[in-house]
Design a protein around this ligand. Structure first.
Ligand code: PRX
Length: 657
């Protein structure tokens, strides 16, 4: 704890094993793709840069606006407005827009529960459910601009809840079901939510994750919350309902009308807040607004996933993360696509559950994370080979760098060397995919997210902001604005400015290290700040440190990442205890559990190492580089002349041997 730095990780720019072959899309794929030649991509890209207003205005015309915008883009860094003066509604564009044609009877959501149930909601049915739930929100006193926290498992009602919020102009903040009561409480309070929507429990790997009890615990100190709606996912579990405050979804939905007029919302009306980890102990509430987010997710879903009307599309992300917002729910529905939602774990009841689902529903497009791919590799290709997978035509990857070995395995074993892989780079803050191949066009290099999408202007720069030569490592920034750019950190404009816009004046700093090769391909190497990516989940080291120091036995803690074959990074915590406390295995376990209860299981340190003191510079900054090196290899390289207490370092090193 006790630091705020964006010190570059020494491992960040080191190159991974490279695969030098280029992988081209098949002629057939290219012929049928929305973007079908490099010339078309280049022309689009050029137009989007030379005249972004015209470019994005043309895209936005595909969608429905109650009133057309006056200005396409108003931009004075860091403040952006897109489609200013326009009135629209995201839920209307996801649903009502498709009811006037044959999409009305098409599957909007195919849902598979972990125990094996199937539910299929057509566009018409989904529309009806969303209208009803929008009326429920009205009944609960929720108005335009009010914040609604959503803490649910992966059930269709989660999509219904957020679409209903978007329909009435309430701002949803989805909190991943794996977060603890404590983390939920912080997010509810930061957002000032009036209503919480939850489930009795979620089902994961055959066990129950008790969500409602966590809500009860959180609400002991959430004064803004007036009501709770509980969707009953698991019939037999016993939960407590607080009279007057808590309402069953299935009961309250009975008493409402199924007609609802979508609100005509200004393009810049806030759509959602999604909390993500930054470099301090406090998560950031990333705020997205309506029109720009809608246009950008619509456009990127269509081009990157080459969505066609007869596709069954499956993104395995949880709606608790941005990938679930943009590419499970909003992007596919804006395109009138069929999106598959799966409730549970990839290895339940056996490690071939995903492949079973692909064959069962004849999935065509499959989008998952490298950490899942590395787990599949470990479980063995026999689980994949048991299934045909002949319906697949496109694969995607998101959330962390994909190592070329994992890429090749995905390409050969899952894609049978016929499916292009779109390695999509983006962030909670960007709202939509920024760097990615276009599957019918871009020759693929395993491990590279290739090139910017139209409208995106990336650059790799040094510490002073000067572009570095091709092939050299540097910091990834984005110049100019794009429609789905975050608008602020909720309630903290200063942090927004400082975090993203102060490092390279007027340019957006991504927090990632990258390099561009001689062919113009981008290779994102990972975070260069104190954010770590564990199994595709973004966590702040400071958040974990503050969870650790909140334990009465802990005096100080420093958390670093070490590479992990499956999860990408593992969490290593160096902990010094209060003087009277004795290190023990039991205490290690207690501290790990303490972090789980403060944040959630995803943040549980893989390793805890006790130390008398932490190595610090003369100015008192913890020398994380050293800790990372110790955690990774046990050896110390580089300059240690600023180290204050060498004995601390010696001790840590000794412990390693
Ligand atoms: O470090 C990058 C990594 O994930 C970070 C963003 O995390 P989050 O906001 O949780 O969003 C994840 C899903 C979009 C980035 O700063 N990242 C994401 N995609 C890639 C990636 N790193 C390398 N390659 C990617 N394709």
């Amino acid at each position: 704890m006790k630091k705020q730095t964006s010190e570059v990780q020494s491992t960040a720019f080191t190159s991974v094993m490279e695969e030098h072959r280029l992988f081209h899309p098949s002629k057939e794929f290219a012929r049928n793709a929305h973007v079908n030649s490099m010339e078309v991509y280049k022309r689009m890209y050029k137009e989007s840069i030379l005249n972004p207003e015209k470019f994005w205005s043309d895209v936005a015309e595909d969608l429905y606006w109650f009133k057309k915008w006056k200005q396409t883009k108003v931009w004075k860094a860091p403040d952006a407005k897109w489609f200013n003066g326009g009135l629209t509604n995201l839920a209307y564009n996801c649903l009502d827009r498709h009811l006037t044609n044959w999409h009305r009877t098409k599957a909007a959501i195919i849902w598979e529960g972990e125990p094996g149930e199937t539910r299929i909601l057509t566009y018409q049915v989904l529309h009806r459910e969303v209208c009803k739930f929008a009326n429920v929100l009205g009944k609960m006193g929720i108005e335009k601009g009010d914040r609604v926290a959503v803490y649910m498992g992966m059930v269709p009602e989660l999509a219904i809840a957020i679409l209903a919020c978007a329909r009435i102009g309430a701002v949803h903040t989805v909190v991943f079901g794996g977060f603890s009561a404590e983390a939920l409480k912080d997010r509810i309070n930061d957002a000032g939510a009036k209503l919480v929507i939850t489930c009795d429990a979620a089902i994961r790997r055959g066990t129950l994750v008790m969500l409602k009890p966590a809500v009860d615990k959180a609400l002991e100190s959430c004064p803004t919350v007036q009501n709770v709606i509980v969707y009953r996912r698991v019939n037999e579990v016993q939960i407590t309902m607080s009279p007057g405050r808590d309402h069953w979804w299935h009961e309250i939905i009975q008493s409402v009308n199924d007609k609802h007029e979508a609100e005509h919302l200004p393009s810049e009306h806030p759509l959602f807040i999604l909390y993500t980890s930054g470099t301090t102990g406090k998560p950031k509430g990333i705020l997205h607004t309506t029109g720009g987010y809608m246009v950008n997710t619509y456009f990127t879903s269509k081009l990157v996933f080459d969505l066609k009307d007869d596709d069954i599309y499956w993104c395995t992300a949880d709606v608790g993360w941005v990938t679930g917002h943009s590419y499970v729910v909003y992007g596919p529905l804006l395109n009138g696509a069929t999106t598959l939602m799966y409730e549970g774990a990839p290895n339940h009841p056996e490690p071939d559950r995903f492949w079973k689902i692909i064959d069962k529903y004849r999935v065509n497009i499959f989008y998952t994370a490298p950490t899942a791919i590395r787990a599949f590799i470990r479980w063995g290709e026999q689980w994949v080979l048991k299934h045909e997978l002949t319906s697949l035509r496109l694969l995607g990857s998101v959330g962390e760098p994909i190592n070329p070995e994992a890429w090749m395995w995905y390409y050969k074993i899952v894609g049978k060397q016929k499916c292009p892989i779109v390695d999509t780079w983006w962030q909670t803050e960007t709202g939509a995919i920024m760097l990615s191949p276009l599957p019918g066009v871009t020759p693929l290099k395993p491990g590279s997210c290739t090139m910017p999408l139209p409208g995106v202007v990336p650059e790799v720069v040094d510490k002073e902001g000067n572009p570095v030569p091709d092939g050299s490592g540097g910091y990834l920034i984005l110049k100019d604005t794009w429609p789905s750019m975050l608008r602020t950190i909720y309630g903290d404009k200063n942090r927004f400015k400082k975090q993203y816009w102060s490092e390279y004046k007027g340019y957006y700093f991504t927090g990632d290290g990258a390099r561009r090769d001689k062919d113009g391909y981008f290779w994102v190497m990972g975070r260069v700040d104190d954010v770590i990516n564990v199994a595709g989940h973004r966590l702040g080291t400071a958040e974990i440190e503050s969870a650790l120091v909140s334990h009465h036995d802990v005096a100080e803690a420093a958390v670093v990442a070490r590479p992990d074959d499956i999860k990408g990074s593992a969490i290593v915590a160096f902990v010094s205890l209060e003087s009277s406390k004795i290190p023990s295995l039991l205490l290690k376990e207690e501290l790990r559990n303490h972090v789980a209860s403060e944040i959630g299981h995803i943040a549980k340190p893989d390793e805890i190492r006790f130390t008398d003191t932490l190595p610090k510079t003369r100015s008192g900054k913890i020398m994380r580089r050293l800790l990372r090196e110790i955690a990774t290899s046990g050896s110390i390289k580089g300059d240690v002349s600023t180290l204050e207490d060498f004995s601390a370092l010696e001790k840590l090193r000794d412990e390693d041997q």
